[in-house]
Design a protein around this ligand. Structure first.
Ligand SMILES: [Zn+2]
Length: 320
């Protein structure tokens, strides 16, 4: 017989769910948590959403899983934190934690003595990530971003087994155009792998929109990973070999050099060639401030669609 389990102070008896708020010490912030304690033994899976507060298909999919998953069907434990960045979700703020203007998905490994976003990252790491056997972090295009769907898997960790499990898990993502091997070390899911917890970051949806189809695709992706981990009943389906998907192992993530007007010259599904002009920024009087050119032949991963652009914000991403 299993025991009652507790994550972030939220408990659930075997075969039951527990919900509540985990405070972030030293801030006014708190994390909304659902703990699903399956009746049978198994792995602990952490699912997080809304680290970026406006990536709606992911957020709605994870809300529906938290509400809909039946603990009696679960082997192990599923711990859901959604929305991680509550203030960004409620206030419709892309990218950042409103309390300090920092991008929460760039604050790992976290500084426990930093500003509210750092402390939020620290609580997520200590109370949840480090206690999991697998971490699924869910994203999509933020308010200004158009992009195809893809799955990131971590590429950097001393723990080679965690990297191998992550990569294998990525091949069970059914709805994705690309598989991307990440060289980042400061994202939530890349941190997970670095502390020995296999992980994925899913990307589906874009530009404030969300639809039933996107949410259903998202849920199917997550349930298939839960089946792969033997936490949810049923046989995991491996992505068919003939299903077109490109593995991308290096990328360029361009941020705006100036505030002003942004003119992309490529679209989200384009393929670009080395030297191609891909966009430019003008000031408010019509002067071109900077032009951007492709470093190599690549697939477009994200294009910001808004005319307005702020220095330091993302404008375009591509990879090969
Ligand atoms: Zn995101």
């Amino acid at each position: 017989m299993k025991n009652t389990i507790t994550f972030g102070g939220i408990s659930a008896q075997p075969g039951h769910k527990g919900t509540g708020w985990t405070p972030v010490p030293g801030t006014d912030l708190a994390l909304p948590v659902t703990v699903i304690n399956g009746e049978k033994e198994g792995k602990t899976v952490l699912i997080t959403s809304a680290i970026h507060g406006c990536e709606y298909p992911s957020i709605e999919a994870v809300f529906e899983l938290a509400e809909g998953l039946d603990p009696k069907e679960i082997s192990g434990q599923i711990v859901i934190v959604n929305p991680v960045n509550v203030e960004a979700f409620i206030n419709r703020r892309p990218y950042i934690v409103p309390a300090d203007g920092k991008n929460l998905n760039r604050l790992f490994p976290p500084d426990p003595l930093g500003s509210p976003g750092d402390k939020l990252a620290y609580t997520l790491a200590e109370e949840f990530i480090k206690k999991a056997d697998f971490h699924i972090d869910t994203h999509g295009g933020d308010i200004p971003e158009t992009q195809p769907s893809y799955v990131y898997y971590p590429g950097i960790s001393e723990d080679k087994e965690a990297l191998a499990i992550s990569e294998e898990a990525a091949s069970y993502i059914l709805h994705a155009k690309y598989m991307l091997k990440s060289r980042a070390t400061n994202h939530a899911y890349t941190y997970s792998a670095m502390v020995g917890v296999p992980s994925l970051e899913l990307e589906l949806g874009e530009c404030t929109r969300w639809s039933r189809q996107e949410v259903d695709d998202y849920i199917e992706n997550i349930l298939n990973i839960l089946k792969f981990l033997k936490v949810y009943p049923g046989e995991a389906v491996k992505r068919p070999a003939d299903q077109e998907i490109t593995t991308i192992t290096e990328g360029v993530y361009l941020d705006a050099d100036y505030s002003g007007r942004w003119y992309p010259l490529v679209g989200r599904d384009d393929r670009i060639v080395k030297g191609q002009k891909i966009g430019y920024i003008k000031d408010l009087f019509g002067n071109v401030l900077v032009e951007y050119f492709a470093e190599y032949d690549a697939e477009i991963l994200m294009v910001v669609a808004t005319l307005a652009i702020k220095k330091g914000d993302p404008i375009i991403a591509y990879g090969r």
